[in-house]
Design a protein around this ligand. Structure first.
Ligand code: FA5
Length: 344
């Protein structure tokens, strides 16, 4: 049996040296040291030996077992190092390679035009104010001379916010005009403000209408403010935005919170003013405006016999459409990078 053990040891060490990957090493372990392995099988036969032979053979068998276990441990250590080295090589970073350019965002066309609009009015002495998107019915309608049953409410249907205490009174503002009242409640004339913001309408979309868009409200109140001031300021704004050669049109319009009321339109860039899919009749309406209604002034405690003023509400995307020649307003918020990347 001692010879058999020596022979197992020699064969085992030779086989282990030939095992060239982790799988072969494991197969070796099972073949020699596993439950039914060659060495284990010999060890099991020890009990059958005559008692006098057992200690010597036992000692030899143990030596072989320790030798094989040590050889296996050494082999596993080598394999572990090789695996580590391979992993490190696979993950190696080549610091000499050129870096990757991080993708930088850019200003959205609406934001860009919004800034230009505000800059233009700031240069004419207007200050910038802000107001809430979620608004009381009172500011969006009532205080603007649009009581509950007024047909003008049909022009501005919106999304209502559920509120337990005051149902039907909280809504997403349909225009920035509530800020006329909010500003006048806080300050005394002279007033010259512009208020940018997002507005919401429950209406179908088309090439010039979105259900969410931006407006800039304007308000100027003082003694002796007239319709001539309104035309002068808004014409100067149009010249600054579109150049002196672009045609501007004022037409009568109706808004319950101004008297008289007008709409201002710019000749269409696409058809040169003859009419097309975008504009319909050659003109693109960019804002509503008018002289602040005496009832609105009186509502905030301004004496309409002393003070007068004009107000306007500009559609910001419409300005961008005209400036950049964009033929569909729905492109602005479709989040298509092919569109947005053009506005570097
Ligand atoms: C108003 O919202 C009034 N608050 C404007 C106003 C202010 C009048 C102060 C008098 C005094 P209107 O609904 O017409 O009015 O909208 C004003 C501008 O917003 C329009 O001229 C247009 O440029 C833009 N606009 C209106 N509806 C949409 C829409 N669905 N999508 C994109 N732009 C719109």
């Amino acid at each position: 049996m001692i010879d058999q053990l020596a022979e197992i040891k020699a064969r085992a060490l030779k086989d282990l040296a030939a095992a060239d990957d982790a799988e072969a090493t494991e197969a070796w372990r099972v073949a020699y040291l596993g439950k039914k392995g060659q060495l284990t099988t010999v060890l099991r036969q020890l009990g059958a030996l005559p008692p006098a032979e057992r200690p010597l053979v036992g000692q030899k068998a143990n030596e072989v077992k320790v030798a094989l276990e040590l050889a296996l441990a050494a082999r596993l250590e080598v394999e572990r190092r090789v695996a580590l080295r391979r992993a490190a090589e696979a993950e190696r970073v080549d610091v000499t390679l050129p870096g990757r350019q991080p993708s930088l965002g850019q200003v959205h066309p609406t934001t860009r035009v919004l800034k230009e609009v505000l800059d233009s009015f700031a240069a004419m002495g207007f200050q910038v104010a802000e107001g809430p998107d979620v608004e009381w019915d009172y500011y969006n309608f009532e205080a603007l001379n649009i009581p509950k049953d007024h047909p003008a409410r049909d022009m501005w249907d919106t999304f209502y916010v559920q509120s337990k205490g005051r149902p039907g009174e909280i809504l997403l503002r349909t225009h920035t005009s509530p800020n006329q009242v909010r500003v006048m409640e806080k300050v005394r004339p002279p007033v010259r403000v512009v208020v940018p913001g997002r507005v919401y309408r429950y209406e179908a979309t088309d090439a010039t209408h979105e259900s969410e868009f931006f407006q800039v409200e304007g308000l100027a109140v003082d003694k002796n403010v007239t319709m001539a001031d309104l035309k002068g300021v808004l014409s100067a704004f149009a010249r600054e935005m579109f150049g002196a050669e672009r045609k501007v049109r004022f037409r009568c319009d109706y808004f319950p919170f101004v008297e008289p009321g007008v709409e201002m339109a710019i000749s269409c860039f696409q058809c040169g003013g003859v009419g097309c899919r975008l504009c319909g009749n050659g003109w693109l309406e960019i804002m509503g405006a008018g002289m602040v209604h005496p009832k609105v002034l009186a509502g905030v405690g301004y004496d309409p016999s002393v003070y007068s003023g004009f107000a306007f509400g500009i559609g910001v995307e419409r300005i961008a459409i005209l400036k950049y020649g964009i033929d569909d307003i729905r492109l602005f918020y479709a989040n298509d990078l092919r569109f947005l990347r053009q506005f570097k």
